[in-house]
Design a protein around this ligand. Structure first.
Ligand code: NDP
Length: 333
């Protein structure tokens, strides 16, 4: 009941842009919910690379800024216009401000209601899947019509999003050429469905891609590295192919002269997962597919480490230093 909701909580936030040193884990007001919002007591929040972009100022944000984009937990209060959810519902959602004990989430946001019987293990799994698995699901389906046997190029293939891409592309009959920075990461990508492996810190990525594809190139490149890989990617995609540029791990891509796409009739996309799930009809479809994938065990989500909320800074330092594989989670007190 509303009586038991405190006014002060612990949250991870920053007041100015910068390195990990600007991150605070301190007292922060519990958000007041509007008429169309629910208040979620978070149990697990996912860590995503995107938080580093907000912290560094690559993406703009209000200040102070509470980090986090996804979590699972239980609804503890709801606004008077909310009809789809009730207090005590278990949920997992994609919405900002999730690295906190309490988050106000618009009823219209991508929220999946989980059964009352949901276990702690399932709460972890859903918190770990919302952003990264949905990114792989939506970008694979929406960006380019893939056919069985097509070659695709995938960077960061052992990361959180990467492992989901490996598995879902394999399931679609697509031949994944995986790039990662170590042989251990590549072995993990292979276990998850990648067929060809390129060590990006040793190998010439373009040369290898051309060798593997008989000189032709790939149908699609899913490039989340950004600045450092854009030129390689442009050269690695074949005639009528698509560049899906969806991240800036190495920095934002420099402005591109669109005529560079003409020689091979290429498409260039710069999508965000949110743009594919923010509409009600799309969310109905994708949330249904996500629940099927997770509950059937058809997708294996590797949660490589669970940190306490207070340790987010350590976690993101490891993520940004390329020391991690799979998904990192925060457990919320
Ligand atoms: P990951 O777990 O994949 O971690 C990022 C990985 O990027 C690293 O492990 C590293 O893998 C690779 N990388 C390559 N170059 C660098 C660099 N210069 N600095 C740091 N890392 C580098 O993170 P996520 O799964 O959270 O996200 C993966 C990418 O996808 C991110 O770029 C993210 O922003 C993007 N993304 C975009 C979304 C969208 O909607 N547009 C949604 C979700 C994710 P390696 O060592 O093998 O190179």
């Amino acid at each position: 009941s509303a009586k038991t909701i405190p006014t002060i909580q612990k949250a991870v936030f920053f007041r100015e842009n910068g390195g990990p040193e600007v991150l605070k884990y301190e007292d922060y007001p519990v958000p007041k919910i509007g008429d169309n919002e629910v208040l979620v007591k978070n149990k697990y929040a996912g860590i995503n690379f995107i938080e580093a972009y907000f912290r560094k100022g690559i993406y703009p944000s209000q200040k102070p800024y509470v980090l986090g984009r996804e979590a699972s937990g239980t609804i503890v209060a709801k606004g008077k216009n909310v009809t789809k959810f009730d207090v005590n519902d278990n949920v997992a959602y994609v919405s900002p401000g999730s690295m906190a004990q309490y988050t106000s989430v618009p009823e219209k946001a991508p929220i999946a209601r989980l059964p009352a019987s949901t276990t702690d293990e399932q709460l972890r799994l859903y918190a770990a899947s919302m952003v990264q698995v949905l990114t792989a699901m939506t970008l694979i389906r929406e960006c380019h019509p893939l056919k069985k046997g097509d070659f695709v190029l995938l960077y960061a293939a052992a990361g959180g999003a990467g492992l989901a891409f490996d598995q879902l592309l394999k399931k679609a009959g697509v031949r994944v050429i995986a790039v990662a920075s170590t042989d251990e990461k590549l072995a993990l990508a292979k276990e998850n469905g990648a067929e060809f492996l390129i060590n990006g810190s040793k190998d010439d990525v373009l040369k290898k891609v051309l060798e593997i594809t008989g000189g032709e190139g790939v149908s699609v490149a899913y490039d989340s590295v950004g600045k450092d890989t854009f030129d390689t990617t442009l050269n690695a995609v074949k005639r009528k192919g698509t560049i899906v540029s969806f991240g800036n791990a190495s920095g934002p891509v420099e402005p591109v002269d669109i005529y560079r796409l003409t020689a091979k009739n290429l498409s260039l996309m710069r999508p965000s997962v949110i743009g594919y799930i923010s509409n009600e009809e799309d969310w109905k479809y994708y949330s249904g597919e996500l629940v099927k994938l997770i509950d059937s065990g058809e997708i294996n989500v590797l949660i490589s480490k669970v940190y306490p909320l207070s340790e987010y800074k350590t976690a993101t330092c490891e993520l940004e230093a390329r020391k991690t594989v799979g998904k990192l989670l925060l457990e919320i007190p």
